[in-house]
Write a protein of this length. Structure first.
Length: 163
């Protein structure tokens, strides 16, 4: 396995788990918060989409996904406490956006020379992820960082244990 293969595998596993947890939820479940002080699931999914678009665009502007008008603002930190479901997307819409964004990320990964993984990450991310390779790994594992927050909503809804 080569480095790009390992990154792709990380992305695929993370997607499988995250989408698995979301797969049998209803749109109304997306407005539920896993606990006090936590962001609701709709905001979290939108945050993942925005974050991936911004991280990828900072490294590979040709692979940026255009988001719906206002999407980034709705899923920004200033709107995390919003309880107005009409501002947020349906589960199907979020999954469609996630698919488009991830396709662009995988296309950028496929197109890049592996030596590019050692290049410095965008300046604003270097303290956390010094290289392009670190950024691609973060993109791959970011959904897993949020996946556990879906579990309490699943349990309260009586959904089956998946993993």
């Amino acid at each position: 396995m080569q480095v790009k293969d390992a990154i792709r595998s990380t992305m695929n596993l993370s997607d499988m788990v995250f989408r698995g947890y979301l797969g049998d939820l209803e749109d109304a479940d997306l407005m539920r918060r896993p606990g006090p002080g936590c962001n609701h699931l709709a905001w979290q999914v939108g945050h993942l989409v925005v974050a991936e678009v911004n991280m990828l665009g900072g490294m590979f502007p040709d692979y940026t996904t255009e988001l719906p008008e206002g999407f980034e603002e709705v899923h920004g930190k200033d709107n995390a406490s919003c309880e107005d479901a009409s501002q947020f997307n349906t589960l199907a819409e979020y999954l469609e956006l996630m698919t488009k964004v991830r396709a662009n990320t995988l296309a950028a990964l496929e197109a890049m020379d592996e030596s590019k993984l050692d290049d410095p990450a965008p300046e604003q991310m270097r303290a956390f992820c010094p290289t392009v390779g670190d950024m691609m790994i973060l993109i791959g594992m970011h959904p897993m960082m949020h996946a556990g927050q879906i579990v309490p909503v699943r349990r309260e809804s009586g959904k089956p244990v998946l993993f």
